[in-house]
Design a protein around this ligand. Structure first.
Ligand code: IDP
Ligand code: MG
Length: 140
């Protein structure tokens, strides 16, 4: 399988509870390498643009408010099949449905405050990485 890169976000519910290191350890244990990382606070415009695909969904407004409620850690993860591997380590969107050992099963507070974001396909991964990082900031 090809080496890929994907975008991960450690969400405000997790930074608030000081879980950054525990979450990064899950990625590393799965063979994903952190090749870029930055802590920042999203503006409302940033969050609305980033989650633009969901703008018609009933949860959009609350999701944007949640994502700007505290700092996030945005990261590029690299590895074989990194996009799917990251989704596997994250677990299902709703922590009630997430498999044992996944980040969302262990750490998520709710379907909204679910601790992590991960790109869902090669095209979205490329666009989401570009949203936060210049090529120079990514060192494999
Ligand atoms: P994903 O993060 O597992 O890819 P998406 O369907 O892309 O899930 O939804 C994006 C984010 O929107 C979720 O991670 C979660 O924070 C939030 N979200 C999704 N579905 C709901 C919902 O039914 N209620 C509240 N928030 C939701
Ligand atoms: Mg998604």
């Amino acid at each position: 399988m090809a080496v890929e890169r994907t975008l991960s976000i450690i969400k405000p519910d997790a930074t608030r509870r000081n879980l950054t290191g525990k979450i990064i350890a899950k990625f590393e244990e799965a063979g994903l390498k952190v090749v870029a990382s930055r802590r920042l606070k999203l503006s409302q415009a940033d969050a609305e643009a980033f989650y633009g695909v969901h703008k018609e969904r009933p949860f959009f407004k609350d999701l944007v408010s949640f994502m700007i409620s505290g700092p996030v850690v945005v990261q590029v993860l690299e590895g074989e099949g990194a996009i799917q591997k990251n989704r596997d380590v994250m677990g299902a969107t709703n922590p009630a449905n997430a498999a044992p050992g996944t980040i969302r099963k262990e750490f998520a507070e709710s379907i909204e405050a679910n601790s992590v974001h991960g790109s869902d396909a090669p095209e979205t991964a490329a666009n989401e990485i570009k949203f936060f990082f210049r090529d120079l900031d990514i060192v494999g």
